[in-house]
Design a protein around this ligand. Structure first.
Ligand code: ADP
Ligand code: MG
Length: 420
């Protein structure tokens, strides 16, 4: 059947090369050749790794900072240099192991993953079926066999959670006599500022022997990072002059994340390509920003329960009902109770409802501002939607919550009031 039509069918995919030279350069896993705007952090980091080159016991290093500030990139960059530079010293052998803990939510899983990273493909162990101690034994054996210095990077280490015995065991393996021939150093990386405080003090003492903080980037930093990448990623002369500064400015205003800035630039280029425009312009960046924002909200909304969805709807509906009025919890709560009733759900109590408002604020979907009630005393919060109303509304529409909710008239109402 296909054959019959084949010669009528135009190619579905054709390589398009007008905009990008190599778009992979903008992807998250691309390892840049150089790191911009991180000189002092790199210097400090290098200092912490110096004992390794000297053949001494490595320090355990804890690296923290918000998402997209170059923690992973800087670590990989330095370890690569460390390995290369160590080759000139015969008495130094370095093995580096990189592990992202995102899916490794217990010490057991981390230990299994480490054993498998260190072992040959034909000697892999299964993720279940061994007692924890047996896995540790396999780990010590392998680490001892390797000899030299072994640096283990545990990226997004906070995912390990409370079950963190591996963070206690690994740095002490040598002093506890589990291994003799190797020196092990841990580099823990986290986005979570509070993670440190949650650690058992004994774990904290060793894991955070040396500490390094990566602050957010400002607009100038981001502009330099983007310019370097854009030169490789795009063909000559396809970027309007204000595209990179605008991407940098948007990301700086938000969280100061290079990842976000790069995503925005990639999406803007992709939009231009999809629209067959020869040049990427400021408008593409603005459209890309909206698109990414919408995707982000949709992602966050998936994490929420139906009451979370109704809570957001209540805020949107209250905003449309009276766009100028500051929104307090009680107003939103009443709206929410109506919505819950309309969809045959038991409304949550005030406290549980409050938690949903707090969660939406934490996700950056709502903005929560503290207010002081003058002489009468007392503190209260005012809420507003902190993303474009259009994005919030279309996300809610896509959730297909219930036919009882008339989102069409809500949209129409919002349009009439010029809110969309
Ligand atoms: P983190 O691990 O802190 O979340 P990453 O190291 O993954 O952030 O950085 C996110 C993206 O930004 C990656 O593509 C990375 O290559 C790039 N990046 C971050 N900082 C820099 C920098 N200083 N110079 C060049 N590229 C950077
Ligand atoms: Mg990272």
């Amino acid at each position: 059947m296909w054959e019959k039509y084949n010669h009528f069918v135009m190619a579905l995919f054709e390589r398009s090369e007008e905009i990008f030279n190599n778009e992979n350069v903008l992807h998250d896993d691309y390892q840049p050749q150089s790191l911009e705007e991180r000189d002092s952090e790199i210097e400090q980091f290098t200092g912490y790794l110096q004992p390794v080159i000297n053949g001494a016991q490595p320090r355990n290093i804890f690296l923290y900072g918000k998402t997209g500030v170059g923690k992973t990139a800087a670590t990989k960059y330095l370890l690569q240099h460390l390995e290369e530079d160590s080759e000139q010293y015969d008495d130094v052998t370095i093995t580096t192991v990189y592990l992202n803990c995102e899916d490794l939510t217990s010490s057991y899983r981390v230990a299994v993953a480490l054993v498998n990273k260190l072992r040959d493909p034909e000697e892999q162990i299964s993720r279940t079926g061994y007692p924890l101690n047996a896995v540790y034994e396999m780990l010590w054996e392998k680490l001892d066999e390797l000899g030299g210095t072994i640096l283990i990077v545990l990226d997004e280490v906070d995912y390990i959670g409370d079950d963190d015995s591996v963070l206690y065991q690994l740095p002490r393996a040598r002093s506890n006599g589990k291994i003799e021939n190797s020196r092990v150093g841990i580099i823990g990386i986290s986005n979570d500022f509070k993670y440190r405080e949650k650690l058992d003090p004994r774990v904290e003492d060793t894991l955070c022997e040396r500490e390094l903080h990566f602050p957010p980037y400002d607009a100038t930093d981001l502009q330099n990072i983007l310019t370097k990448r854009a030169n490789h990623a795009f063909k000559d002369d396809v970027l309007d002059g204000d595209v990179v500064p605008l991407c940098a400015a948007f990301a700086a205003q938000d969280k100061g994340s290079a990842r976000q800035a790069l995503d925005l630039l990639l999406e803007a280029g992709d939009l231009a390509r999809r629209q067959s425009d020869p040049v990427v312009t400021e408008d593409h960046v603005r459209d890309a920003k909206q698109l990414l924002e919408k995707q982000r909200i949709e992602e966050s909304m998936k994490e929420l329960t139906s009451h979370g969805h109704l809570t957001l709807l209540a805020v949107v509906a209250s905003t449309v009902a009276d766009p100028e009025a500051p929104l307090q919890k009680q107003t939103i709560y009443e709206q929410y109770q109506d919505l819950a009733k309309a969809t045959d759900r038991d409304a949550l109590g005030g406290r549980a409802f409050h938690n949903h408002l707090a969660e939406l604020s934490m996700l950056g979907i709502l903005d929560r501002a503290k207010r002081n009630e003058g002489r009468a005393g007392g503190i209260y919060y005012e809420y507003e939607v902190d993303v474009p109303l259009e994005a919030a509304l279309s996300t809610l529409e896509n959730l297909h919550m219930s036919d009882e909710l008339d989102l069409d008239s809500l949209r129409q109402n919002a349009q009439e009031k010029g809110l969309l």
